[in-house]
Ligand binder design. Structure first.
Ligand code: MLT
Length: 200
């Protein structure tokens, strides 16, 4: 996988940055810098190309995921994180994902599939990645979801259902709304920063 790793302060978490459709490993670097400039960063580019646009897993149509590919790519990403933790010597238990849209969806699926994948996650405009899943135990995982009330790609109910799935699995979930559509706004980045500062 294409990626960027920037080492931060030893006692700080590693931000796993996961871009939206059409983004790449550079897209969310500025956002990580706003949330905590001292954190390490592992920013990954999705391995799928949809009409030239990088993504983290295939979809059959807007909002309709290729579930086989989602499972394969989630495992691939999980193993990739483990390899990079060994290579760069960071703590596998100290990772906070920051994902937008398609990147938020694969971050959510990491939580659905693996008990210890992430210490926390900031999910900008996510959907429920898999309605059939038995969600892995998430006791002690902190999740911040921010969704748009007029988001045509990720309807409100998706964020509400995702909150419920993760809460039922034991995660500590905060859900916030933006009076906006699907776009990632500076206002929500500031909300994520405030949540990060009071949580970690
Ligand atoms: C997805 O495919 O993950 C969602 O529809 C969000 C998007 O990337 O447009």
């Amino acid at each position: 996988m294409n990626y960027i790793f920037n080492k931060g302060k030893e006692d700080k978490p590693v931000f796993l940055l996961l871009h939206g459709t059409g983004g790449d490993e550079n897209s969310l670097l500025a956002l990580a810098e706003i949330i905590d400039p001292e954190a390490s960063v592992l920013s990954v580019r999705g391995n799928i190309l949809e009409h030239g646009m990088p993504r983290f897993f295939r979809r059959l149509a807007e909002g309709v995921f290729d579930m086989e590919d989602l499972a394969f790519r989630t495992k691939e990403l999980y193993e990739f994180i483990g390899e990079k933790a060994a290579e760069y010597g960071f703590d596998r238990q100290n990772i906070i994902a920051i994902g937008y849209s398609n990147g938020a969806n694969i971050a959510a699926n990491l939580l659905f599939e693996y008990e210890n994948a992430l210490k926390g996650a900031v999910l900008h405009h996510p959907m429920v990645p898999n309605h059939e899943a038995t969600v892995a135990k998430q006791d002690g995982t902190h999740v911040f979801i921010v969704a748009g009330v007029n988001d045509p790609i990720c309807p409100q109910q998706e964020a509400i259902d995702l909150e419920r799935y993760l809460t039922d699995a034991g995660a500590n979930v905060t859900l916030e709304w933006e009076s906006n559509g699907h776009q990632l706004t500076m206002n929500e980045v500031q909300k994520a920063k405030a949540w990060y500062e009071r949580t970690f």
